[in-house]
Design a protein around this ligand. Structure first.
Ligand code: 5AD
Length: 434
């Protein structure tokens, strides 16, 4: 779980610490050498990231205590599952009952869910997924930050607006110190505890440069760093891990290898999967998933995408809609409907009820203004805020008119926290700002 409410260490074992949060015990990997029982810490993504003084922890916990239990109660009320089955066909009722009881569903049942179209049936599916989220993972919601530090890219992905083939966009590349300062502010001034560093596959930074960026951020601030630099090679991944990165955000985009090669000319799905699998073995937390609604993708492909995400041991499921970019090869195609996106989030929750962090992506927010709310009420429990300096944000145009591209960070944080509060969710990695 990502709890960034301070926790108290109650036990220390082999590289693991047990941490107490208002009576709930969680375990986290510990890399802090002198950690002792009784210390107060921040944990994130299953890692102890920082020790904090007792007086500060107690002050923060006193603010949280009441809010924590209030939010909990509200979430429980909102996620109650009353399977009103009037007018619902028996097969659907049966499948959702099985899911709610934690029984594994057959692939044919999962496909049945992904093919639902009627509004009342879809609502029932979304409710069942939200129920599972609340039952197993309670009300915590990850709020990670992302810095998009370069839109240069050597790749030719047919859907992407920053592909090397797009000659119509201005390119930018942040300097190393600028990236590190942006991360420093996000962590130390805005309270983020987990940050994703993302760029196109930019030959302007060597692996050593990327390591230097990660190392510099880690030396100045306590946070969990995820990297998303594209394919840096297995040696590159290892070096970046050693520099201090602990998560890899790398979508496989589609589990259909023919479709993969069609939209990534000259590339193979197995190479990408090799990266993700090796990264997992090295100890990286894996954030992965695919694009929903790619031209030529079937519902069976979508199910395989979700199953593959689970097989890859994903810590976080990142599924967003394909959105046509006017300067890309797929400019004339269209995005999927919001319900088609929600179905993928909901079925992901059903397939991985106990562990998955499921992200409501900016892509989803771009095709539907209410995406965060409806996504969080359909099994999702994670959002990502863009902390890229405003002057660059618009240029990271992987698809057009991205949600929040004109908002100040402070505004984004404010609207996110008030939505979470309204839904009874605890923003467990933005400190105590609620
Ligand atoms: N629509 C939606 N998502 C896109 N991405 C790139 N181009 C598009 C698009 N047109 C996503 C890819 C990639 C991530 C960084 O951005 O899934 O993994």
């Amino acid at each position: 779980m990502c709890y960034a409410i301070p926790g108290k260490v109650s036990q220390i074992g082999n590289k693991k610490a047990t941490v107490d949060y208002f009576g709930e015990q969680k375990t986290a990997i510990n890399e802090i050498e002198d950690l002792k029982i009784g210390d107060y810490i921040y944990a994130q993504g299953g890692y102890v990231i920082e020790k904090i003084p007792e007086s500060k922890a107690l002050e923060i916990l006193s603010v949280w205590r009441e809010t924590f239990f209030d939010l909990h109660d509200l979430d429980l009320r909102l996620s109650r599952l009353e399977l009103e089955k009037n007018g619902i066909d028996r097969k659907l009722g049966q499948i959702l009952d099985n899911a709610a009881e934690g029984l594994a569903l057959k692939n044919s049942d999962l496909l049945y869910l992904l093919k639902l179209e009627k509004e009342n049936e879809l609502n029932l599916l979304f409710k069942a997924s939200n129920f599972l989220r609340a039952k197993h993972l309670s009300n915590s919601c990850c709020v990670h930050g992302i810095i998009e530090f370069s839109n240069h890219c050597s790749q030719t992905c047919k859907y992407c607006g920053i592909s090397i083939e797009n000659k119509n966009i201005a390119r930018y590349r942040m300097r190393k110190a600028e990236i590190s300062d942006t991360a420093f502010d996000a962590i130390n001034k805005m309270g983020f505890k987990a940050l994703v560093l993302q760029s196109g596959e930019d030959p302007g930074y060597s692996v050593d440069d990327l390591c230097e960026i990660v190392r510099d951020i880690k030396s100045r601030s306590a946070a969990l760093i995820f990297v998303s630099f594209g394919e840096v090679g297995i040696d590159g991944l290892k070096k970046i891990y050693d520099a201090g990165a602990r998560g890899l955000l790398m979508r496989f985009e589609t589990s259909n290898s023919e479709l993969y090669t069609r939209i990534h000319p000259g590339c193979e799905l197995k190479t990408r999967l090799g990266h993700i699998r090796e990264a997992y073995k090295m100890g990286y937390l894996i954030l992965t998933g695919g694009l929903i609604g790619l031209p030529g993708q079937t519902i069976e492909d979508q199910l395989n995408d979700i199953l593959l995400t689970k097989e890859l041991n994903a810590e976080m499921y990142s599924f967003g809609p394909f959105i046509p970019h006017p300067d890309s090869f797929l400019r004339d195609r269209h995005s999927p409907k919001p319900n088609d996106i929600l179905k993928v989030l909901a079925v992901s929750r059903i397939i991985d009820p106990k562990n998955a962090k499921i992200l409501v992506t900016t892509g989803f927010e771009t095709v539907d203004k209410k995406a965060r709310e409806i996504g969080l009420m359909a099994g999702a429990n994670s959002v990502m805020l863009n902390v890229t300096p405003k002057k660059y944000k618009k240029l990271y145009s992987i698809y057009p008119n991205r949600a929040h591209e004109n908002e100040e960070l402070q505004e984004q944080i404010g609207t996110t926290l008030s939505l979470l509060k309204r839904l009874g969710r605890a923003p467990t990695d933005l400190g105590v700002s609620i």
